[in-house]
Design a protein around this ligand. Structure first.
Ligand code: CA
Length: 293
C-alpha cells in the first residue's frame, strides 16, 4: 500500500526565554528538531547548523531504507563536525552544541537519528510510544535505577545532557529504522514540549486530524503550562496513498522570521527570534567540562 503523508509544525520562544534556540525542518522526506545550547546566540547557531546540514545532505530517498539510515547518519555526523569546528574557531561560540532528532522517510520505513533530549514519539492505535531515549543526566540515573521517573521530571538538573551534537569531535548518535503504517502519527519535539506537557496530553493532541492544528495545539499547551522553554513540535501523519498524496505543508523557508501564522493556517509557521544566552547553557556546558560521555 502506498503511503501519503500530511504534516505540520509550530515553534514558539515560550514565556520565559528571550530567544528561540530551537530549529526545525518539516519538508518531506526530512523532518527534524534541534534544540541548541550555548550563550551569545551560539545555541541558535548550533541548532540551525545541524538542521541546515541535514537539509543540504539528505535528498529524496531513492535507495533502500537502510541507505536512508546511512545517509541521515552521515549527515548528522557532518553536522557535528561543522558545529564543533565553528565552535573551535570562535571563542564566543566555544562549547555550543545542540540536540538533534530527525526522521527521513523512505517508503514504509523511516530512518531516524537522535542525540540529546529532544524526542520522537509514534502514535499508533491510540498508544503513544517514545521511540528515542533521552541522553540526559537524569534519564541515565533513571535507567540505572538511581532516580524515580517522576522525580526526574522536576529534577533541577533535568536539562543537563549526557550527549549532544557539536560538543566533541565525534558524536555518539543513535540511529535506527522504524516502520510506519497508515494511521500512524510521528511527533518530533524539543523538551520545551515534553517537559511541561504530559504524555496523555500529547496523545490527545496528536489525535487531531490536521497535523498543523495538532502541532499548534501542542505548542499552545506548553504555553498554557507556563512556557518555561522554547517549544517546537513537528507532526507527521501517515495516510493511505489513495487519499490523494495530500500534503499539508507548513513551511520552513523563513523559520527565523518573526512572521507568525495563525494557528489555523495550514501553510504557515511561527518563527522564533534571534537572541542571546539562556540559563540552561552553562549547566550543560559544565557537564561537558566534567568530561561527560
Ligand atoms: Ca529546550
Amino acid at each position: 500500500m502506498e503511503l501519503a503523508i500530511a504534516y505540520g509544525a509550530a515553534t514558539d520562544v515560550g514565556k520565559q526565554r528571550e530567544s528561540n534556540e530551537d530549529s526545525y525542518v518539516a519538508r518531506a522526506p526530512l523532518f527534524a528538531v534541534a534544540d541548541g545550547m550555548g550563550g551569545a546566540r551560539a545555541g541558535e547557531v548550533a541548532s540551525r547548523l545541524a538542521v541546515d546540514t541535514l537539509v543540504e545532505l539528505c535528498g529524496e530517498c531513492e535507495g533502500e531504507p537502510d541507505d536512508a539510515v546511512e545517509i541521515l547518519s552521515a549527515a548528522a555526523r557532518e553536522g557535528n563536525r561543522r558545529i564543533y569546528e565553528a565552535a573551535e574557531h570562535e571563542r564566543a561560540r566555544h562549547g555550543m552544541g545542540t540536540t538533534l532528532t530527525a526522521v527521513m522517510l523512505c517508503g514504509t520505513r523511516a530512518a531516524t537519528v537522535h542525540i540529546g533530549d529532544s524526542r520522537l514519539y509514534r502514535l499508533r492505535g491510540g498508544q503513544l510510544e517514545q521511540l528515542t531515549q533521552d541522553h540526559s543526566l537524569v534519564a541515565e540515573m533513571v535507567r540505572e535505577g538511581r532516580l524515580a521517573a517522576d522525580a526526574a521530571v522536576v529534577h533541577p538538573y533535568r536539562s543537563v545532557l549526557s550527549r549532544a551534537l557539536g560538543t566533541e569531535p565525534e558524536a555518539d548518535i543513535d540511529a535506527q529504522s522504524i516502520d510506519v503504517e497508515v494511521g500512524d502519527v510521528l511527533l518530533l519535539c524539543s523538551d520545551g514540549l515534553s517537559g511541561p506537557v504530559s504524555p496523555e496530553k500529547l496523545r490527545k493532541a496528536l489525535g487531531v486530524t490536521d497535523p498543523q492544528k495538532a502541532a499548534r495545539r501542542l505548542v499552545d499547551e506548553a504555553l498554557r503550562r507556563g512556557g518555561p522553554d522554547n517549544v517546537t513540535a513537528v507532526v507527521v501523519r501517515f495516510l493511505e496513498g489513495a487519499q490523494g498524496g495530500r500534503q499539508s505543508v507548513a513551511l520552513d523557508d523563513d523559520r527565523r522570521s518573526e512572521a507568525a501564522s495563525s494557528p489555523d493556517d495550514p501553510s504557515g509557521v511561527d518563527g522564533g527570534s534571534l537572541g542571546s544566552t539562556d540559563d540552561r547553557a552553562p549547566r550543560r556546558r559544565s557537564w561537558w567540562r566534567r568530561g561527560g560521555r
